[in-house]
Design a protein around this ligand. Structure first.
Ligand code: NAD
Length: 363
């Protein structure tokens, strides 16, 4: 199959949909991979690495889209890409169509078959193509928090691990799923004193066993969240209620009672945030103050580490890409119900009930 990988054009998007290792895997199976020049540069992969791996580098996005049966991307197509899509072609990428009627309409009018990363499900109902980005954001949160806890970062001047004879930072993680679990691992690894709150007792049991009691686990409820947050140097919000806006767990009043120079990182900001005063920020200007605390609410945290994010994403997508390339999309989705749940549009027909509901269309 002919597989095309254009350079991402969305503002400040440095990821790319395939690594040279992914190209090598596809090429060794006899597929032809076409990549736009410079597509990997933002993720520290130069054209030469792709050529060595067996790809053909093309000069323009137009050429890549024109030749490809299967187009791999990271983000949903933007306006300049709409005219390049065509019937009979398959697009595999993050789509988030419920958030964009314009993009939904463009996919429908092109007739392209689109499959959304974010709705592909695993056998256990997990979201295997969303998980890598939660892992990245989760691991980045203590790093961002540690930086902002430093005096020059606006914080109270606490070192995460302290030194012998001093107390370490008190880190509170709310939500112990994929993102929160990764935040715990890094904060604990930095020798902070970590407390985690979740509603899921089974998850708390796992963490208790994993860290042999060195991470304090608390059932999440209003009183316990308030107690933990009041004592915290760093609070990491990592909750998710599937399909809903994040619940507000930290009020403005509670922030007023926190230690001066404490830091709050709201990973859940892409779902509206779990602190009352959270509003989305960017990597260029990531923080602002509320009372005497520092808020960090970057909505696309993985964008700070495009190399890691690209490798993590393509590790997760590659088995699906191989299946699509080897079998064609019809057989691939027939063999894997989880991949089928990613199907969004085909031949001008909307196949996702949730996207249809979001835009008032029939599916
Ligand atoms: P997940 O489903 O794996 O985990 C969410 C956890 O929150 C679950 O364990 C759940 O029990 C817990 N939870 C729900 N309500 C709670 C409450 N009231 N108190 C305590 N815990 C509660 O989800 P995830 O993949 O870890 O994602 C977490 C959030 O991170 C999501 O909002 C996701 O969109 C976001 N995210 C943000 C970025 C970013 O760049 N900012 C990147 C990736 C993911």
């Amino acid at each position: 199959m002919k597989i095309g990988v254009p350079r991402e054009v969305k503002n400040h998007e440095y990821r790319v949909a395939i690594t040279p290792a992914g190209v090598h895997e596809l090429a060794s199976r006899g597929h032809e991979v076409y990549i736009e020049t410079g597509a990997g540069r933002g993720s520290a992969f130069e054209d030469e690495a792709y050529t060595v791996a067996g790809a053909r580098v093309l000069n323009s996005a137009d050429e890549v889209w024109a030749v490809a049966d299967l187009v791999l991307k990271v983000k949903e197509p933007v306006a300049e890409e709409y005219s390049r899509m065509r019937e009979g072609q398959v697009l595999f990428t993050y789509l988030h169509l419920a958030a964009s009627k314009e993009c939904t309409d463009a996919l429908l009018s092109s007739g392209i078959t689109s499959i959304a990363y974010e709705t592909v499900t695993g056998r256990d109902g997990s979201l295997p193509l969303l998980a890598p980005m939660s892992e990245v954001a989760g691991r980045l949160a203590p790093q961002a928090g540690a930086y902002h806890l430093m005096r020059n970062g606006g914080g109270r001047g606490v070192l995460m691990g302290g030194v012998p004879g001093t107390p370490p930072a008190n880190v509170v993680v709310i939500g112990a799923g994929v993102a929160g679990g990764n935040s715990i691992a890094i904060a604990h690894g930095m020798r902070a004193e970590v407390t985690v709150l979740d509603l899921n007792i089974a998850r708390l049991r796992e963490i208790d066993a994993q860290y042999k009691g060195q991470v304090r686990t608390i059932m999440s409820n209003r009183l316990e969240v308030e107690k933990a947050v009041r004592e915290a140097d760093l609070v990491i919000g990592a909750v998710l209620v599937p399909g809903a806006k994040a619940p507000t767990l930290v009020s403005n009043d509670l922030v007023a009672q926190m230690k001066p120079g404490s830091v709050l990182v709201d990973i859940a900001i892409d779902q509206g945030g779990c602190f009352a005063d959270s509003r989305p920020t960017t990597h260029a200007d990531p923080t602002y103050r509320v009372h005497e605390s520092v808020f960090y609410c970057v909505a696309n945290m993985p964008g700070a580490v495009p190399y890691t994010s690209t490798v993590a994403l393509t590790n997760a997508t590659l088995p699906y890409v191989v299946s699509l390339a080897e079998h064609g999309w019809r057989e691939a989705v027939a063999m894997d119900q989880g991949l089928a749940s990613g199907l969004s549009t085909h031949g001008g027909v909307l196949l996702s009930a949730s996207v249809a509901a979001a835009h008032g269309y029939a599916a």
